[in-house]
Design a protein around this ligand. Sequence first.
Ligand code: FAD
Length: 301
Amino acid sequence: MEQWIDELRAKHVGNILTGESLASHTTWKIGGPADVLVIPSGKRELAETVATLHRHGVPWTTLGRGSNVLVSDRGVRGVVIKLGDAFDFVRFDGDKVTAGGAYSFIKLSVMTGKEGLTGLEFAGGIPGSVGGAVYMNAGAHASDVSRILISAEVVLENGELAVWSRDDFRFAYRHSVLHERKAIVTEATFQLAYGDRREIAAAMAAFKDRRMRTQPLSAACAGSVFRNPEGTHAAKLIEAAGLKGYRVGGAEVSTLHANFIVNTGNATAEDVLTLIKRIQQKVEAETGIRLVPEVLEVGER
Ligand code: FAD
């Protein structure tokens, strides 16, 4: 066994699993094994894990709720770090709320709404973690994380802790500095505003109703596969190309929402990647627009 695993075990950093299939950790239900999956039992243990991996030059990646990633069939070499119970908390402070990196973004939306705080209604249908939402600058209904984030605590690549302000994250459409600079969000603080509970609940119900009508929510999927090109919607272009219902292996372009690819039961990551390429080719041939994936590829090809 590798020396660094022994070291992590000796330091009692948390749960250490070898060869864990990542399919059960992603909403697409696709993905091979992680060499090692670490679920740190606290902040100190997370920092210790990252510092140890850094010292030994072991590659690592973070996984949230796996709702925006396509994990390859071969899986991930090195270590996958997943935040667990120690990061699954929420704290209210007047009209501000702080949530742990593992906390459900949907739950945060519901909880803040119940407290009569407005600002997170848009998150009611985004099935990721708070950490994943910050990484992606997740958004919907004309809002996103960048509009409400005050700051977030992160563990840097060398294991040190830092607090980054909203500006530090350099947010853009579905983008943050975390795409370029490796760090793990342990908790994030959002500025909300006092609002009317009934109005908040009504807005959330309307958003939910729209999603239920337009998205294949009971299917294994990862939300929108492609970014919306400037001035148009990827779904519109894919539908116009006649690709709704188009299949490769077990992967299918949703018949409900053309920018969703659903796993009909036995899809592989290769099926999804092939389907993504075919969609890109057909849409580009017909419109001249090259669709860019929003979902992130993870693991060894
Ligand atoms: P993952 O998919 O696990 O990871 C995504 C990236 O974030 C990875 O690079 C990972 O390394 C990184 N990451 C995860 N946790 C952390 C952390 N603690 N610190 C640092 N980096 C981290 N997205 C939208 O923006 N708007 C929508 O309306 C929307 N609707 C969706 C609907 C459905 C049905 C589904 C399945 C997905 C939808 N998504 C949407 C996509 C997805 O939910 C978001 O991108 C979400 O923010 C991803 O969070 P996650 O925890 O699942 O991250």
